[in-house]
Design a protein around this ligand. Structure first.
Ligand SMILES: *Cc1c(COP(=O)(O)O)cnc(C)c1O
Length: 361
């Protein structure tokens, strides 16, 4: 990007490009790990009614602390884990990306560590908030190596250490025992361990929220965008010790979560059994999709999420990506040479993907 001379843009931003998952029309959109199942008519009507009710007071600011949403999110997490969190353990924002940004604003003044390849927004938000980002390593097969992670923490002493489980874009999950071992060392070195669990509902591993009572420096990020099938509304949240929530209140913008967002989120949380009802089906479809890819001679990485990273094709990632797009199938080139990532879609989308791919290989 050529920036005009008169624009006083921060010099450290000039080399960056905006987050850019292409938003292109396609028959099968399997590129951003969305849930393929649209809200039911009953849920659409319930949201419409709640939004209509909220509309009558749109001249007023919304509940700045979003207490109702945070209380409902706490009870969802408690149902799932047998924990006893309340609203004071939960912070909610416009997608977990805003949560990540708030963590950097509150705690990011020295350095942050993550284990690459992982979610590209962690380093990007780190740079934008002027925090030094350190790329920690994984095993050759992209699995998480807790010994390397511990060494990196001891060596760099970052204030924020990020782990993503299941990891995006590779799909692998980390056991709770390994996360706890890392949490102990992060605590000894004066930092926070941020566990990004955007895909937790698709995994069999226990959630790191179970570590918070013992290890108050563990912060768990969740989102309604993936398993919850609610990406369009933009609600992400974190679960943590109340002191972390108090720190979030220092850096949040006042009234950040709109009245319409809060109204829709409250309805979705009431409908959580229905919204999460497709998770089992997506897990089955993920296993079928992996088997089909393997049957074509491709190699798939083990996934505990709603996507699969695969390799073993002869052309470049960029080439196969565009050939698939020409056939109406949009998947994701995550910038890992010779790999591509496909989101598990509905039956028709998965079939369209497999058909297009088999014609190309
Ligand atoms: C999708 C994703 C998120 C962000 O989701 P929001 O829509 O901003 O809530 C966060 N972390 C990871 C690892 C993701 O893949």
């Amino acid at each position: 990007m050529m920036w005009p001379n008169w624009l006083p843009l921060r010099s450290d931003l000039k080399a960056l490009s905006p987050y850019g998952a292409p938003q292109l029309p396609a028959e099968a959109s399997l590129n951003t790990n969305e849930n393929p199942y649209a809200p039911s008519i009953t849920l659409q009507k319930a949201i419409t009614a709640a939004v209509a009710e909220a509309s009558s007071s749109l001249n007023r600011y919304p509940d700045r602390d979003a207490i109702k949403v945070r209380t409902a999110l706490a009870s969802y997490i408690n149902e799932e884990n047998g924990t006893e969190f309340g609203a004071n353990n939960v912070w909610a924002a416009n997608g977990s990306n805003e949560i990540i940004q708030s963590l950097f604003l509150a705690f990011g003044n020295s350095s942050a560590l993550g284990f690459t390849p992982s979610y590209s927004m962690h380093p990007l938000i780190s740079m934008v908030t002027d925090t030094k980002w350190i790329n920690g390593e994984r095993n050759q097969d992209f699995s998480f190596n807790v010994d390397i992670a511990i060494q990196d923490v001891v060596h760099h002493k970052p204030l924020l250490t990020f782990v993503t489980t299941p990891n995006n874009p590779t799909g692998g999950a980390i056991s709770l025992a390994e996360i706890e071992a890392l949490a102990v060392v992060v605590g000894e070195n004066g930092g926070l361990l941020v566990v990004d669990e955007a895909y937790a509902e698709f995994s069999n591993e226990r959630s790191s929220v179970n570590l918070i009572a013992q290890h108050p420096h563990v912060v768990v990020i969740r989102t309604m965008s993936k398993a919850f099938a609610f990406a369009g509304v933009r609600v992400g949240y974190l679960i943590a010790d109340p002191s972390v929530i108090n720190a979030m209140m220092l850096v949040r913008l006042p009234y950040h979560l709109s009245a319409l967002t809060q109204a829709a989120a409250n309805v979705a949380l009431d409908f959580r059994a229905e919204l999460l009802g497709n998770v089992g089906m997506l897990i089955t479809a993920r296993e079928e999709l992996a088997a089909s890819l393997q049957a074509m001679g491709l190699r798939t990485l083990p996934s505990a999420a709603n996507f699969i990273l695969f390799t073993g094709f002869a052309v470049s990632s960029a080439q196969l990506w565009s050939q698939l797009l020409e056939k109406g199938v949009l998947i994701r080139d995550v910038g890992l040479s010779s790999y591509l990532r496909v989101t598990v879609g509905n039956d028709a989308e998965n079939k369209a993907f497999i058909k297009a791919l088999s014609e190309l290989l």
